[in-house]
Design a protein around this ligand. Structure first.
Ligand SMILES: [Zn+2]
Ligand SMILES: [Zn+2]
Length: 374
C-alpha cells in the first residue's frame, strides 16, 4: 500500500510502498483511510523538524489528523463495526504512569508516550491502518464531510474542558456547563484550531473576539463573523490596548505559537480569568515583557495561565459532539474550514500550499469503494 513518509531530520519526503497491516489480536480494528488533514506539525516534520521514526526504521509515515471507514474488526471489538466512519486518536501511553494506565496519555507524566505520525509510531498518511479499539472513536454519518476535523477540534475541546473544569472547581458562581455563557473570550490566532475553538466557544454561549493579522474581509475573519464573533486586526492596535477598546477578557484561547504576543496578551485578561496556551513556538528568541506588572496582575486578579496539548478519547467524543452541534447551528459553514483537498499523489502540494485564505488542507486517500483484488 502507498504511504507518505519522511526521513526525520531531512527534507526527504516521498511516497513509499509499505506492507498492508492486518489484525493481530481480537481487539484490533482495520480502517481504510479516507482523508487526512495536514497541519503545522506535518509541515515542520517535512522540513526536517521535530519527528522520531519507529525503532529500527529510518523513515516515519506522517499524518495524525485522520478520518476513515472501518473495514474489518476483531471478534472482541465492540466500539465499532464494519462500515462505520471512525477516527483513531494520536497518542499511545507509556503504560508506566497513572494517567496512561487510566486512558489519559494526554497527561502522561513520564514523557515516554508515542504518537502516531509524530513520535516513534507510523502515522495515518497511508491506505490502511490497524490499531486497538481503545483508540478508536466512531464518527456519525451526519458529520462525514467534516470528520477529518475531529483531531484538531479535540485539541480545542481539551483546552476548553480544562479551563471549564478549573473554573468550576474554584469559583463559587461557576458551573462547568454554563460558565462561558455571556463571558468574553478572546481567540488569538484565527487558523484552523482557533476557528474550531471559536465554534466551540460560541456553542457554549461565549462572546467571541478573534485576533489575527489578516485583512478583515478575508476568509478566516469572515467565518468568525458569520458565527457571531468579532475580529481584531492585530496590525491596527497595540496588544496591550485591546482591553481599552474591547474590555477585559474572562477567557483567552491562544493558538498562535508566537511567544512575544502570547505573553503580552496576559495584560487583557480580567479578574478570575483563565488563559489557555495551545501554540508551540518554533523559535527560541527571548521575549521582553513587563514581568513585574504581569505578576502583580496575576496575583491581584486570581488568574490562571495553563498549557494544554493533545487530547484523550473523551475529548475526541466532545469534538464529535461539537462538530455535530456546529453543523446543526451553522449549517455547512463548518465545512468551509476545509479549503483544499488534494489526492495523495499530490502530497507535496499539500505540504507546501499555504496562502492567507488556506485554513485546512486535506489529503484524500480514496472516496471510491476499494478495488477487489483478484
Ligand atoms: Zn495537527
Ligand atoms: Zn505515561
Amino acid at each position: 500500500m502507498k504511504a507518505i513518509a519522511i526521513e526525520p531530520g531531512t527534507t526527504n519526503t516521498r511516497l513509499i510502498d509499505s506492507a498492508e497491516p492486518s489484525l493481530s489480536s481480537p481487539y484490533e480494528v482495520k480502517v481504510r483511510m479516507l482523508e487526512v488533514g495536514i497541519c503545522g506539525t506535518d509541515r515542520e516534520e517535512a522540513l526536517g523538524g521535530r519527528a522520531d521514526p519507529p525503532e529500527h526504521s529510518r523513515h516515519l509515515i506522517i499524518g495524525h489528523e485522520m478520518f476513515g471507514q472501518v473495514l474489518e474488526v476483531g471478534s472482541e471489538v465492540s466500539k465499532v463495526k464494519e462500515g462505520d466512519f471512525a477516527v483513531f486518536t494520536v497518542r499511545r501511553g507509556c503504560n508506566e504512569c497513572v494517567p496512561c494506565q487510566n486512558g489519559r496519555s494526554d497527561m502522561c507524566r513520564t514523557g515516554r508516550y508515542k504518537e502516531r505520525g509524530i513520535k516513534e509510531l507510523h502515522g495515518f498518511e497511508t491506505e490502511y491502518v490497524v490499531d486497538h479499539e481503545d483508540y478508536i472513536v466512531k464518527v456519525p454519518v451526519s458529520i462525514r464531510s467534516v470528520g477529518v476535523l475531529t483531531e484538531p477540534m479535540s485539541v480545542a475541546a481539551k483546552a476548553i474542558d480544562e479551563a471549564l473544569t478549573l473554573q468550576a472547581a474554584r469559583l463559587p458562581e461557576a458551573k462547568y456547563e454554563d460558565w462561558l455563557k455571556g463571558k468574553k473570550a478572546l481567540v488569538a490566532g484565527v487558523g484552523a484550531i482557533g476557528l474550531l475553538a471559536a465554534f466551540a466557544l460560541r456553542l457554549r454561549g461565549a462572546e467571541v473576539v478573534g485576533l489575527d493579522i489578516v485583512d478583515e474581509d478575508s476568509r478566516r475573519p469572515q467565518i468568525l463573523q458569520q458565527i457571531g464573533g468579532s475580529y481584531i486586526d492585530g496590525r491596527q492596535i497595540k496588544t496591550t490596548d485591546i482591553d481599552e477598546q474591547y474590555g477585559e477578557f474572562d477567557f483567552i484561547f491562544e493558538a498562535t505559537g508566537v511567544a512575544s504576543l502570547s505573553f503580552e496578551l496576559i495584560d487583557v485578561l480580567g479578574r478570575n480569568g483563565i488563559y489557555v496556551m495551545t501554540g508551540i513556538p518554533g523559535g527560541d528568541r527571548p521575549v521582553c515583557f513587563q514581568g513585574a506588572d504581569t505578576m502583580k496582575q496575576m496575583v491581584l486578579k486570581n488568574q490562571i495561565i495553563l498549557g494544554s496539548v493533545n487530547a484523550s478519547t473523551r475529548h475526541f467524543a466532545m469534538a464529535i459532539s461539537d462538530l455535530e452541534k456546529s453543523k446543526n447551528k451553522y449549517g455547512n459553514l463548518i465545512d468551509s474550514l476545509i479549503t483544499t483537498r488534494v489526492s495523495y499523489n499530490d502530497f507535496m502540494d499539500a505540504l507546501s500550499l499555504r496562502s492567507e485564505e488556506d485554513i485546512k488542507t486535506v489529503i484524500e486517500w480514496g472516496e471510491k469503494e476499494p478495488e477487489k483484488s483478484l
